[in-house]
Design a protein around this ligand. Structure first.
Ligand code: PLP
Length: 357
């Protein structure tokens, strides 16, 4: 197939497998739910499902994502984290043996209305994040209803930490204690830990861990780099230098003329822009890797190109450029761009993945 863009995203299956082994070694006896929602954080859900084939289950965001993955031939247990919103969807999940999360009373009512179905259900509890989950005061009643439901086969418990990436945050203890009380009272298998908690809060591992971002080679903790955690970048976002220029003192660069040369200097144009998933809001100074040097981005990112500072760098038209990947962690780019790796990976990968090796 002819490539239409110069920028390329290549997914490294070996890195995905390596990161899964890192999860495995941290998880100990806990079972692993590999989170592969949003097209596996932009990496391609099929490639991820293949690389994480030893996972005990896969988590998708929506019922639709889970249904599509099952219909593509993946036979591992699948979990729809947002659950079901109508009886048709619930029926399809039951037929395809997809587990559903219940976080709203409406979803319990749906299960009660469909006694002929059989589903494995995760009761999601709001222990303090106030996103999805049954409030603590209503959990026991929800549990009793689900227990009495003919359509519920296995029942398990889950919650989500709001501040796991800050392991010393007081709220972590609060949320973990609340979940621990329920776990003991209801005697259900329980899941809490995302990547950050798996790495830094060993008491959160419980029976099932639920990592996402670390599987893709990005650090879940700001205090530790991916390399320090022995994680390997799975997405390599690369392009080429398509122009080299000699600019004069006072020359302004790009839309809005936001960057002005303080001296005569060599600059380069890279064929990658926001159409390829590079963040438009990345400011001047964001590093771009060229020939073993980190070249600062200059001026605004355009749709198909961006400008870099080539002072002191031996680089020519045609040279390989890495926007992020093995040579330059996506975490570094995300920090410069004032966002998180999750957003960069999802955006870049949702546009296109050129190849998986
Ligand atoms: C409910 C739930 N569990 C687990 C995860 C995985 O989190 P992380 O990618 O930080 O490991 C997510 C991701 O957002 C999530 O929403």
């Amino acid at each position: 197939m002819m490539r239409t863009r110069t920028a390329q995203i290549c997914i490294d299956s070996e890195a995905l497998r390596h990161n899964f082994q890192r999860v495995k070694s941290l998880a100990g006896d806990s079972k692993i739910i590999a989170v592969i929602k949003a097209n596996a954080y932009g990496h391609g859900v099929q490639a991820a499902a293949d690389a994480f084939s030893q996972a005990d289950a896969f988590a998708l965001a929506t019922a639709g994502e889970a249904i599509a993955l099952r219909q593509s031939g993946v036979t591992r247990p699948l979990i729809a984290l947002q659950g079901c919103f109508d009886s048709e969807e619930l029926k399809t999940l039951s037929e395809l043996n997809i587990q559903t999360v219940v976080h709203q009373p409406h979803q319990i009512a749906l299960l009660e209305q469909c006694p002929g179905l059989k589903l494995d259900v995760w009761l999601k509890v709001d222990t303090g994040m106030h996103r999805l989950g049954i409030p603590l005061a209503m959990v026991e009643a929800a549990y009793q209803k689900l227990r009495a439901c003919k359509s519920v086969r296995h029942l398990r418990l889950m919650s989500h930490l709001a501040n796991a990436d800050e392991p010393d945050h007081a709220k972590n203890d609060e949320q973990l204690s609340a979940l621990d009380r329920l776990h003991k009272m209801l005697n259900l298998e329980t899941s809490m830990a995302n990547s950050a908690a798996l790495v830094a809060l060993s008491e959160s591992r419980l029976q099932w861990v639920r990592p996402g971002i670390m599987l893709y080679g990005s650090s879940p903790l700001s205090a530790k780099t991916a390399a320090e955690l022995d994680l390997k970048a799975a997405m390599n976002f690369e392009s080429k230098l398509i122009a080299v220029q000699q600019l004069e003192q006072g020359d302004e660069i790009g839309y809005g003329s936001t960057w002005q040369c303080r001296q005569a200097m060599r600059t380069g144009i890279v064929a990658a822009g926001y159409a390829d998933g590079y963040p438009r809001h990345a400011p001047s100074g964001t590093p771009v890797w060229i020939n073993n040097s980190l070249c600062p981005l200059l001026g605004r990112v355009s749709m198909d190109s961006l400008c870099v500072d080539l002072r002191g760098v031996a680089a020519e038209v045609g040279d390989r450029v890495v926007l992020w990947g093995k040579e330059l962690s996506v975490d570094v780019v995300a920090e410069h761009a004032g966002t998180i790796s999750y957003e960069l990976l999802c955006h870049a990968g949702s546009g296109f993945v050129s190849s998986t090796v």
